[in-house]
Design a protein around this ligand. Structure first.
Ligand SMILES: Nc1ncnc2c1ncn2[C@@H]1O[C@H](COP(=O)(O)OP(=O)(O)OP(=O)(O)O)[C@@H](O)[C@H]1O
Ligand SMILES: [Mg+2]
Length: 153
């Protein structure tokens, strides 16, 4: 299943993130691909707001990962843009972040290959004159099921 949308501004970009938050399940992994400025962090901010988070969402460009604790789960937001070597992921104990109580969102997943665990959902974003395109695809049956409930409010 592949879904395609255009988000015309930052607010709409957030709304797509919030829509994914409403249907995603614990234990899932989301890759956000796309050029610099394609809206990956903005989408993640919307995702976190969709879960009820009201604080600041910082880009984890320098820290590699930011954690957000919720009552039922933890969201880990990675930005691997500045990763020098995928081996660094091994050193930071990457596997511990991916578990049944977490949701992991990864910007620049290509920098983490081949050590980064695979995604359930992959979103490709591009900059277009009208805003940003989002192409959302499911990598397995469970993700397919999740995306069948994806709805913009
Ligand atoms: N759908 C949209 N339409 C227009 N502008 C947008 C849209 N989504 C995000 N933006 C704007 O684009 C800029 C870059 O967004 P953002 O930081 O989310 O990109 P990014 O993909 O995370 O970039 P990076 O790869 O540098 O981390 C921000 O100023 C944001 O407000
Ligand atoms: Mg970003």
């Amino acid at each position: 299943m592949i879904l395609q949308f255009i988000a015309h501004d930052e607010q709409q970009q957030c709304r797509f993130g919030a829509a994914l938050a409403r249907c995603l399940q614990k234990g899932m992994v989301v890759y956000l691909s796309g050029d610099l400025g394609a809206g990956k962090t903005t989408f993640t901010r919307g995702f976190l707001q969709g879960l009820g988070y009201t604080g600041n969402v910082k880009s984890p460009t320098y820290t590699l990962v930011e954690s957000y604790e919720f009552a039922q789960l933890t969201v880990y937001h990675f930005d691997l843009y500045r990763l020098q070597d995928p081996e660094e992921l091994e050193l930071m104990g990457i596997r511990d972040y991916f578990n049944e109580q977490s949701i992991v969102i990864v910007e620049w997943p290509s920098k983490g290959e081949p050590l980064l665990p695979p995604a359930d959902i992959i979103i490709n974003m591009s900059i277009v004159p009208q805003g940003r395109t989002l192409i959302i695809s499911a990598s397995n049956d469970k993700a397919q099921q999740v995306l069948s409930h994806f709805q913009i409010s």
